[in-house]
Unconditional design. Structure first.
Length: 231
């Protein structure tokens, strides 16, 4: 898929979000919908998802940051990341949500954004509200920390990889040392059990957007808790 630039107008998107509120995003000149909701761009969105979910490329001058991610950035980690970006580039998209004023609120990828503030980078823009964004952020770091690495495999991998970044090499060497000193996996404490509340849902297929809107409005009028989903 060829990347293209769409001129943004001053009109707000008339679509509803999955929570039932107005989208609020700006629309391209001559359209009534933003990129995420324009029926004419459905194929473009499908291609974007198939290529890894990078459905938006924007200048990463993010105006706001989720408060839950206010953590101290260590100089060593920042230098190591800068080494990766210099040698390889971006291999994964940042995660953000669009605010009513059209700006992006960054959910994940703060260090990468701060390391390359003037670079155009891939951004995955998701349709979540403030509470859902906080919940997602709270889950990202703990899930990442659960990942386990085999010490010998990690050591072999680091030995085979070459880098010109001394900071990145120092991080890899430290990882190998940490995993070598860690107790065997079977001796580690089991992670806490996660309680998942029961949920009973029904998925209704609609003919088009107008039918989707009518079904949504009817169910919400009956007191049902509904979310809109467009694939």
């Amino acid at each position: 898929m060829t990347a293209r630039t769409i001129a943004r107008g001053t009109v707000r998107c008339k679509a509803l979000t999955k929570t039932g509120g107005p989208c609020g995003g700006y629309v391209p000149t001559g359209s009534e919908y933003c990129f995420a909701h324009d029926p004419a761009l459905a194929e473009v969105r499908r291609e974007a998802r198939a290529r890894g979910g990078m459905n938006s490329r924007k200048d990463i001058r993010i105006q706001k940051a989720v408060s839950g991610d206010l953590r101290e950035v260590l100089d060593l980690l920042e230098d190591a990341l800068r080494g990766v970006l210099a040698e390889i580039g971006y291999a994964d998209a940042l995660v953000a949500r669009e605010l009513p004023d059209g700006s992006l609120e960054l959910i994940d990828g703060h260090l990468r954004a701060e390391t390359t503030p003037d670079q155009e980078v891939p951004v995955l823009v998701i349709d979540v509200d403030e509470k859902e964004a906080a919940k997602l952020l709270a889950a990202l770091d703990p899930l990442a920390s659960l990942a386990e690495s085999n010490a010998s495999v990690l050591a072999d991998l680091v030995a085979e990889v070459e880098t010109e970044s001394s900071a990145l090499q120092a991080v890899w060497d430290d990882l190998v040392a940490q995993h070598a000193a860690a107790p065997p996996f079977e001796q580690r404490a089991a992670p806490p059990e996660i309680e998942l509340p029961e949920a009973f849902q029904v998925v209704v297929e609609c003919r088009d957007e107008a039918d989707q809107r009518a079904v949504f409005e009817r169910l919400t009028a009956e007191g049902r808790k509904c979310k809109l989903l467009t694939l």
